[in-house]
Design a protein around this ligand. Structure first.
Ligand code: SF4
Ligand code: FES
Length: 283
């Protein structure tokens, strides 16, 4: 069924659909709650919660491409449209403010709008698996008349926001219309890139290519040396990344960091237990 492609969350009507009346979300201090229905499911959320968040709380999955929970919303792909007060709204950017709101995520108008948006996106990135899957679900095919050198980028800016959130701000969207593209300053390989892969891993189409071989990582036409983890020797972070975040602490690879933290927690628990200091020897 179209409209449920991104996660395994159940939708309305599916066997494991959310209950028709949801327990209200815990209020945030000083923020009033607003109540309404989404696809007939009653929900109560703190004022300002986006329609997308509220729908997900109801177990209703709205397809998204440019949205990422860890990044500021930008509303650039327009795929997450829903209907509220008889109007189409971009759900990832639409804050619920009114009492008794009533929203629909699968009305004929929503489906038509989503199909139209997908028909544009699939021309830009016909080979991106996620977009190809959505296009198939919604019965949308690429139209060769509008496929002007599909380069696999839908200009959603997620890579740029991920790079900004990580700190370097090495890339940006430059230009207009079909010439708009993600690039470094002056359309050159970004000098401030630290090779962290935030852009590539957050891209919904897989447009940003990178490779790793023999202790080096290549991305944005640049080559980075990967520093060995001081615990296990695995090469995960680039030297530029470690330097950017201030030295040695982040040089320990994620799995060693988890192991070291678990050891520390076990030590703390043993210390607290009866006869603690003796138990510590076995940790
Ligand atoms: S490269 Fe990927 S994340 Fe960046 S704008 Fe293009 S599609 Fe979006
Ligand atoms: S996910 Fe909402 S506009 Fe892209």
């Amino acid at each position: 069924m179209p409209g449920r492609p991104d996660t395994a969350l159940p939708g309305p009507g599916s066997p494991a659909a959310a209950p028709a009346v949801l327990p209200p979300r815990p209020p945030r201090p000083g923020i009033p709650m607003v109540e309404g229905t989404i696809d007939g499911i009653r929900v109560s959320v703190p004022r300002g919660t986006t329609l997308l968040e509220a729908a997900r709380l109801c177990g209703i999955e709205i397809p998204t491409l440019c949205h990422h929970e860890g990044l500021p919303a930008e509303g650039s792909c327009r795929l997450c449209v829903a209907e509220i007060r008889g109007q189409l709204a971009v759900s990832c950017m639409f804050p619920l403010r009114d009492r008794d709101f009533r929203a629909e995520t699968g009305s004929p108008a929503v489906m038509d709008a989503r199909r139209y948006v997908l028909s544009l996106l699939v021309n830009r990135a016909p080979k991106a698996p996620r977009i190809a899957r959505l296009a198939e679900e919604y019965g949308v095919a690429p139209d060769p008349r509008f496929m002007k050198d599909p380069d696999g980028c839908i200009r959603c800016g997620r890579c740029v926001r991920a790079c900004r959130a990580n700190g370097p701000e090495a890339i940006a969207l430059a230009g207009r219309g079909f010439a708009r593209t993600v690039t470094g300053p002056f359309r050159k390989p970004p000098e401030d890139c630290i090779g962290c892969l935030a852009c590539a891993l957050s891209c919904p189409t897989g447009k940003i290519a990178f490779s790793e071989k023999a202790g080096t990582r290549k991305i944005w036409e640049r080559e980075f040396e990967l520093a060995p983890c001081p615990e296990c020797g695995a090469r995960v972070f680039t030297r530029e990344q470690i330097g950017f975040y201030g030295g040695q602490a982040s040089a320990v690879c994620p799995s060693c960091r988890r192991r070291l933290m678990a050891t520390e927690l076990r030590k703390a628990a043993a210390y607290e237990a009866p006869g603690g200091p003796l138990l510590l020897k076995s940790v």
